[in-house]
Design a protein around this ligand. Structure first.
Ligand code: ATP
Ligand code: MG
Length: 140
């Protein structure tokens, strides 16, 4: 069933000039780009977005990384978009990511891993609303 999910091309991939290649890879996997914005997250925005990880040892470093440069946030639509995006991204740690996945191709470490994808349809709805208004996604 057609579903929406949220991806973020992280600062490492944007800085390396890989944003266009990653978007093309996603389109090649059947994702339609409903919304796309480039933005430089503030510390408060990054902390809020990764709130679920606030107790994790990597939280401060993650916030630092995610605010280190511009990102591209995209609203994506496809059948089985949430699980499908996570398959196309590959494992969090690029050393464990399957060949041909975005993280195997573009990530440099478990932290600087090039792309984010929502975890579940419920989480996708929250994350889409974090970056895009309802009006921006209607009829997209
Ligand atoms: P994302 O939420 O970005 O799609 P994920 O769901 O694969 O990635 P999470 O466990 O949600 O991974 O971690 C969120 C992000 O925190 C990771 O993508 C990575 O950038 C960073 N991260 C996760 N684990 C570590 C770690 N052990 N050391 C450093 N950074 C980490
Ligand atoms: Mg996650």
């Amino acid at each position: 069933m057609s579903e929406q999910t949220l991806t973020i091309i992280k600062p490492d991939a944007v800085a390396a000039g890989n944003a266009g290649k990653i978007l093309a890879h996603l389109e090649g996997e059947g994702f339609r780009i409903l919304g796309l914005k480039r933005l430089h997250l503030s510390r408060d925005q990054a902390r809020a977005f990764y709130e679920v990880h606030r107790e994790r040892p990597f939280y401060d470093s993650l916030v630092e990384f995610m605010t280190s440069g511009p990102v591209m946030a995209a609203a994506l639509e496809r059948d089985d978009a949430v699980a499908g995006l996570r398959r196309v991204m590959g494992a969090t740690n690029p050393e464990e990511a399957d060949e041909g996945t975005i993280r195997a191709l573009y990530a440099s470490s478990i932290e600087k891993n090039s792309i984010h994808g929502s975890l579940s349809p419920e989480n996708a709805a929250l994350e889409l609303a974090f970056f895009f208004s309802r009006a921006e996604l209607i009829g997209a």
